[in-house]
Ligand binder design. Sequence first.
Ligand SMILES: Cc1cc2nc3c(=O)[nH]c(=O)nc-3n(C[C@H](O)[C@H](O)[C@H](O)COP(=O)(O)OP(=O)(O)OC[C@H]3O[C@@H](n4cnc5c(N)ncnc54)[C@H](O)[C@@H]3O)c2cc1C
Length: 548
Amino acid sequence: MKPIETEVLVAGGGPCGLMLANELGRRGVRCLLVDPKPGTAFNPQANATQARTMEHFRRLGFASEIRALGLPPDHPTDIAYMTRFSGYELARIRLPTAAEAVRNVKSMGGSWSAAELPHRVSQKFVEQVLLRHARAWPASDIRHGWKLESFTASGDEVTAVVRPVDGDAVQVRTKYLVGADGARSLVRRALGIEWEGETGIARDFMGGRMFAAYLRAPAFFDVMKHPKAWMYVAVNASRRAFMASVDGVSEFAFHAALRPGEEADGWGDEEARRLFAEVVGAPVSAEVLSTGTWLAGHALVARSFGRGRVFIAGDAAHLFTPTGGLGYNTALEDAVNLAWKLAAVLRGQGGAGLLASYEAERKPLALRNTAYARRFADSVGLFQAKPELEEDSPRGEQERRLASEYLGAHARLEFNIPGVTFGGRYDASPVIVKDGSTPPPDQPNEYVPTASPGGRPPHAWLEDGRSLFDLFGPDWTLLAFGDGDAAPFESAAARCGLDLAVVRLHDEKLRALYEAPLVLIRPDQVVAWRGMSAQAASAVLHKVIGNS
Ligand SMILES: Cc1cc2nc3c(=O)[nH]c(=O)nc-3n(C[C@H](O)[C@H](O)[C@H](O)COP(=O)(O)OP(=O)(O)OC[C@H]3O[C@@H](n4cnc5c(N)ncnc54)[C@H](O)[C@@H]3O)c2cc1C
């Protein structure tokens, strides 16, 4: 068969690969995506889309579509800690419903000044939207039932072998290959890239083997007497577990910690029902949709994020313990970061340094985020649940008071994380022009908006009700406040072939928020430079596109 010619071959159609296909497709980059699965994920997988990821979905035009999925709009998105799901409630953090998130975001300030708030939705639904939009780009060729088998990279292209299920191998000639092929990444292994960090971290909960079951159990609400939540966490001495509501009606993603000596590899529906009833603390009928096991306790980051024309991204490049819900969100941000750089270099609008900046920017972020996830896992997983917690006695009451205090504080640490989601920065990046300012400290639960180059631009709602971010162009944006002279940037951008949108704003408050009359924003909505004058426009653009 004739070789397939493309510009970017993406191995893997999880959230990372599908986001790459969207970001490349909208820029007209030819992209072939292969994945051996018949379609998007069947299992719910990750359950939380962080606010920064929602802002990226908004930039791509489908945040509202995603927010309409998962739980009904008025379903609580609380996290509730209970001894067992039919037992005592110990602690609860209340979070806005999807409908409230849309209303509230317009009046929120400080740490939560944002275009979008988080959304509690299973990855399986997000993947369906990502796939539909990726397919709509004429430049994308998405093939389920196909897998990457091997590849060799030379100076100016990559030759790969892909194969359809039950079909003959086909050669692909591509300029770049991205391995978004998950934890067991063939691409990472073929490049000989090893993990660094820690794995096998042991804890009572979120450290060790977990048994997962995707359940349909509408009867759950007959035995769970507390208000509905999005995430139910069981805290007792015999079986720790968490369970996310998938549709708010009947479907649940149930994950139980296995006890030492329990061998669950051969477990199926019967064991799923047994563990579910044990954690609920009452018999409850359930249809088992799928089961599996997984290991909690990873904090692993690949030593490098690629070699030459081959890159790795998402779970192929980092493995998390799911506390904080950071694995899938970090995977999506890898795709956002890498895609515009690939497009720029393929179109001659980026220099040699631009692709190298992918690892320089994303590896420190992966180390930061895996460390946050680990800290959250220690906080909840090292809490020792005593048997007395479930006792109907004064001692039991006292234990529950102590647990309530501890878990309440833990919930605020893990689930109110504007600092984690908005505060990721690329301070050491070779394609950011630093201005000598010191960004605010990195902390999980607080985010101080700053336009110090290297981070997310501060967000604001405009007087006409629009989000400032909605004014940004599809690629580069220059914010020009008051009399800020944009002309030198416009001509320098034209010379480099960059698509630069100039946004002029006469708003003193915004000018004060950004602390400069001119601010250059990258295609991934990161501040690349800010300054008092445009005199050095040419030199700035050369640096931010990796030409110097
Ligand atoms: C049961 C479970 C529960 C989870 N819960 C959470 C959670 O609560 N919070 C959270 O943040 N994260 C969670 N995660 C992790 C989260 O799902 C991942 O971080 C996320 O899916 C990473 O996306 P990805 O696209 O990088 O990789 P994946 O989603 O793993 O996608 C990789 C894709 O590559 C494909 N592939 C593999 N080999 C090849 C090949 N040779 N050629 C082509 N394609 C290939 C696979 O079929 C797969 O579709 C969970 C994961 C699992 C399995």
